[in-house]
Write a protein that binds this ligand. Sequence first.
Ligand SMILES: Cc1cc2nc3c(=O)[nH]c(=O)nc-3n(C[C@H](O)[C@H](O)[C@H](O)COP(=O)(O)OP(=O)(O)OC[C@H]3O[C@@H](n4cnc5c(N)ncnc54)[C@H](O)[C@@H]3O)c2cc1C
Length: 367
Amino acid sequence: MTDKLLLILDKEARQTDAEGIWPARSIQALRDSGLMGLTLPADAGGGGAGMRQFAEAIEKIAAHCASTAMIYLMHVCGANMIAASSSPRRAELVKTMTAGKAVATLAFSEKGSRSHFWAPVSRASSNSGSTILNCEKSFVTSAGHADFYVVSTGAIGAKSPIDSTLYIVEKNAPGLESKGAWNGIGLRGNASGPMSIRNCHVDDNARLTNEAEGFKAMMEIVLPWFQIGSAAVSIGIAEAAFAGTVAHTTSARFEHLNESLASALARLARMRLAIDSSRAYLDHTLLRIEKGAPDAMLFVLGSKATAAEMALAGTDEAMRACGGAAFSRDLSVERNFRDARAASIMAPTTDALYDFIGKAVAGLPLF
Ligand SMILES: Cc1cc2nc3c(=O)[nH]c(=O)nc-3n(C[C@H](O)[C@H](O)[C@H](O)COP(=O)(O)OP(=O)(O)OC[C@H]3O[C@@H](n4cnc5c(N)ncnc54)[C@H](O)[C@@H]3O)c2cc1C
C-alpha cells in the first residue's frame, strides 16, 4: 500500500463524509494500485493474497476512509464469490476485476427478511429457458456505482427459506434500479441504498451457484471474507479514533494549570488495550483459518462481533476524551464514532452473531 494512495484517501475522506458522496477518486486510486484483484486467484491473474494480507490492507484503508474500506470490502466479497463460481464467464469476469475495470458488490439483504440475509423472501422463476429475477433489496453498497451485483434470491421452487441461488447481474441489466439516495449517519460515502430487480431475465451464464446452493456459498465463501474484512475495518476505525484522541489530548491545554488533558490517560489506556485485544483475536482467527482448524468458523463469527463491540466502545471513549471539540465536529473522531456504528448492525448483526455463537457452544443447530 503506497503513501500516495493513503494521501488520496485522507484528502477525500472529509468531503466524502460531509457530502455523502460515493468516493470515486479514492476508488480510482484503489484501482490504480492493483488492489481490486488482490484476493483473486493467481491462476486467473489475481494477486492471490490470503485473508491475512487482505485484513492488513483493509485495516489501513479504514483508518483513512471507512466508507472507501466498506466499498472495498463488498467488492472483495463479491469478487471472491464470482471467482469461486463455475460460471462459464468466470475467467473473463475475474480478468476485468483484476485489471481494476469493475467494482463488485453484494445485493443480499431484502426488505422482507431484513438482516436475515440467509433467507431471501424473493423467488426466481423460469420461462422458456430463461430465469427471471424479482427482488427488493434493502441495502446495497455501491448501489448505482458497482459494475457487478452478486444477487441472492430464493431458488426456483424453493422448499425452505434458505434454498437460495446466487447470480451476477451487471450494471446495465434491464430491471435493475437504484431506489433512492443514501443518507446514513456513518459510512456516508457508501451509497448503500435500496435497489429493485424487476422482471430481470438472466441466462445460465449469470448463475454463480447451482440451483438452491446459494446458502452454502454465502456461508462458506462470502461470509469468511466479510467477517474478517469487517473486523479489520472496525479495528482500522478504532485506530484512527485512538490516534485522533492522542493528538488532541496531548496538545489541548488547561492554561491555568499548565497541563494537557491528563484526565484522558485512563481512556487512552483502555482504548489501546481494547484495540490490541481485538487485533489479537483477529490474528488468532487467521491462524485457525490458516491451519484449517475445525473450530475456525466459530472464531470467524466472533471476530466481527468482538471488533464491532470494541469499535463502538473505543470511539465512545474517544468522544468523551475529546469533549466539546469532538462533539462540535472539530475533530475527525466524530466521523470515526459514526462510522463505527455500522458494523454491529450489518448482517450478520452482532445480536445474530451472539445467537449463532451461543447455539454453537451449546451444541444446538445454527439454523
Ligand atoms: C452501511 C451499510 C451497508 C450495507 N451494505 C450492504 C450490502 O452491500 N449488501 C447487503 O446485502 N446488505 C447491506 N447492508 C444491510 C445489512 O447487512 C443489514 O441487512 C441491515 O443493516 C439490517 O437492517 P434492518 O433494519 O433490516 O435490521 P433488522 O433485521 O430489522 O434488525 C433490527 C435489530 O434486530 C436485531 N436482530 C435481528 N435478528 C436478531 C436475532 N435473531 N437475535 C437478536 N437480535 C436480532 C438486529 O441485530 C438489529 O439490532 C448494509 C447495511 C448498512 C448499515
